[in-house]
Design a protein around this ligand. Structure first.
Ligand SMILES: [Zn+2]
Ligand SMILES: [Zn+2]
Length: 111
């Protein structure tokens, strides 16, 4: 695990335990049901290389975020890019394109 940087822990990283939890999305800060985003994208888990390299716990590290922010992340970046460049929530928040998107999501009404 990486040391924490000064610019804020913006989301709690955990291994998946709960489903359909309602809470505050760390990116858009709206209160709504949250979905689980794997920091090592799920599609990569079945590859031998990943199964050898990471424990089940590491593979299942992730964050609770809302569906809309979640879709925006996967619309913009493919699995390999997410794995390489966005394996910590702070990196997702620091990406200019995503930051703009999250700001837009924050202004949307919860449906
Ligand atoms: Zn959100
Ligand atoms: Zn995801």
């Amino acid at each position: 695990m990486q040391p924490m940087t000064s610019d804020a822990v913006i989301a709690e990283v955990r291994t998946r335990t709960r489903r359909g939890r309602v809470g505050s999305c760390p990116f858009c800060h709206r209160e709504l049901p949250l979905t689980f985003h794997h920091l090592i994208p799920k599609k990569l888990h079945r590859r031998t290389r990943f199964r050898k390299q990471f424990s089940r716990e590491e593979l299942n590290r992730g964050i609770d975020i809302c569906r809309q922010c979640h879709d925006g992340i996967h619309d913009r970046y493919d699995e390999m890019t997410l794995y390489r460049d966005f394996d910590e929530p702070s990196k997702l928040a620091a990406d200019p394109a995503l930051a703009r998107y999250f700001e837009w999501v924050a202004r949307q009404k919860v449906r």
